[in-house]
Design a protein around this ligand. Structure first.
Ligand code: HEC
Length: 339
């Protein structure tokens, strides 16, 4: 998060990690493993600079850990090779189901993605931390921390009168799905026919795969968690706290700002840049447009749509990743309910 381009960026605990390029990181690991410099001599040399290993540890690293890690990274590169022929995920996203899983349960996300907890691979080599009592305790602690961390307050100035007017509109049109602590539709699945956002995510997960994942975690790891959901025919209506940090919006990050989300779906930007961390004060979200040579933001709107999306900042040449809503799974459709 960065309110002005010149300030040092601020990291907000609990905010979505919209700048992290997970696909790039995975590629880096597998490419590094293909490089001949990835060998025990070089890696032990680097370890020696900061830590003194015992003779036994040295031997373990040299003959077991480093070669095995190298093999795992190479294997990972091979098993993810298919992603080269698909649209890139871009910063802030990972391929659905593989890393994040289709779940809105904190516990599940901690177990599956944050800690990368996986059962031992064939051959008995663990690919993640051992499941000790300490480990279990940490899972519970992280979960509590997430649940008890309040949403970070909006840091920039805003107009009180507009906020009050907006909260009345919110009550009237949105609270039924987005306000917590009431008997309403928050936390429930809103069917695709109603919400009409991009359906791809709902099709990427099968009942069988969900059952298998649940069984694996419950039986092999002995960790209880709320079950991975069956494939939903829709998307869950979530609480909107900390919304200023959650851009780009919708499950597929296909809408750059709240203003664009409140536009009719057919008049939302066709493309924009994601992964920049400068707040867009006018539209709520992050600055998502590049500017032309006159310093004017270039809006990629369908013909005939009004250019209401005024913004003062621009995504610099070397920042941001171009997001095309016309690519499979990237559509900015739907979510017009009550808007
Ligand atoms: C019928 C229920 C419903 C109503 C009413 C509704 N929404 Fe939503 N909203 C949803 C669902 C479901 C999603 C998730 C859609 C997706 O990710 O594809 C969503 C997503 C959003 C998001 C994106 C959240 C994020 O983190 O990406 C915002 C912002 C939002 N709604 C704002 C509003 C506003 C403002 C209103 C009122 C004008 C409103 N919604 C009315 C169901 C609703």
């Amino acid at each position: 998060m960065d309110p002005t381009p010149i300030e040092t960026p601020t990291i907000v605990a609990g905010g979505g990690s919209h700048t992290t390029d997970i696909q790039g990181l995975l590629e880096f690991f597998s490419r590094a493993a293909e490089d001949e410099r990835f060998n025990a001599d070089n890696i032990l040399y680097e370890i020696d600079l900061t830590y003194r290993l015992s003779m036994v540890e040295r031997a373990m690293y040299k003959y077991l850990l480093i070669p095995v890690v190298r093999d795992i990274f190479r294997e990972q590169g091979r098993s993810w090779a298919w992603t080269e022929h698909r649209p890139r995920w871009g910063p802030g996203r990972d391929v659905p189901m593989n890393l994040a899983g289709d779940t809105t349960s904190y516990r599940s996300v901690i177990i599956d993605s944050a800690l990368g907890l996986q059962p031992p691979q064939e051959g008995g080599l663990p690919t993640s931390s051992p499941i000790t009592p300490f480990f279990r305790q940490r899972v519970a602690e992280i979960e509590q921390w997430i649940l008890n961390t309040p949403a970070p307050e909006y840091p920039l100035e805003y107009d009180d009168a507009l906020a009050t007017a907006g909260s009345l509109l919110f009550e009237e049109h949105c609270a039924v799905c987005h306000e917590s602590g009431r008997q309403n539709r928050m936390g429930t699945v809103i069917p695709l026919e109603e919400i009409q956002t991009d359906p791809s995510r709902t099709q990427a997960w099968t009942r069988e795969a969900a059952d298998l994942a649940n069984e694996l975690v419950a039986n092999e790891l002995g960790m209880a968690r709320s079950p991975m959901s069956k494939p939903y025919d829709g998307y869950v209506a979530l609480q909107l706290d900390g919304l200023w940090l959650r851009a780009p919006y919708l499950h597929n990050g296909s809408v750059p700002t709240v203003r664009a989300l409140l536009e009719k779906p057919e008049c939302r930007p066709l493309s924009f840049y994601r992964g920049y961390d400068l707040l867009d004060q006018q539209n709520m979200g992050f600055v998502a447009l590049r500017c032309d040579e006159f310093g004017e933001p270039v809006l990629d709107l369908p013909p005939g749509c009004p250019a209401k999306h005024v913004t003062t900042g621009c995504v610099p040449e070397l920042k941001g990743w171009w997001h095309d809503t016309r690519e499979a799974g990237n559509s900015a459709s739907g979510a017009l309910v009550g808007h």
